[in-house]
Design a protein around this ligand. Structure first.
Ligand SMILES: [Zn+2]
Length: 91
């Protein structure tokens, strides 16, 4: 039997549940989140970090966590691709 320090498995789940129990309003778009949606749904509930962990924020501190839709959360993290400007060469 190997002792492995699990990463934020259970604690994270607990904190996440606490955040969603306190509020189910998406902090990114301000709309309510339906907790009954399957986790794969784009409008399902996720918990977003307000402060980046790199800045020293405790990832399990509920004060730094906000509920967010999955789509809102992911769209915030991924920058939309810049439209490519094609330079026309008119010689
Ligand atoms: Zn949202």
């Amino acid at each position: 039997m190997s002792r492995s320090k699990g990463r934020a498995g259970r604690p994270w789940r607990r904190v996440r549940a606490a955040v969603l129990a306190a509020s189910t309003t998406c902090w990114l778009c301000g709309r309510p989140i339906d907790l009954d949606l399957p986790v794969t749904h784009r409008m399902s509930a996720t918990v977003d970090h307000v402060d980046p962990i790199s800045l020293g924020g405790d990832p399990l501190n509920p004060a730094l966590l906000r509920p967010a839709h999955r789509s809102c959360n992911s769209s915030r993290g991924n920058r939309p691709p810049k439209p490519r400007r094609r330079q026309s060469r008119d010689w």
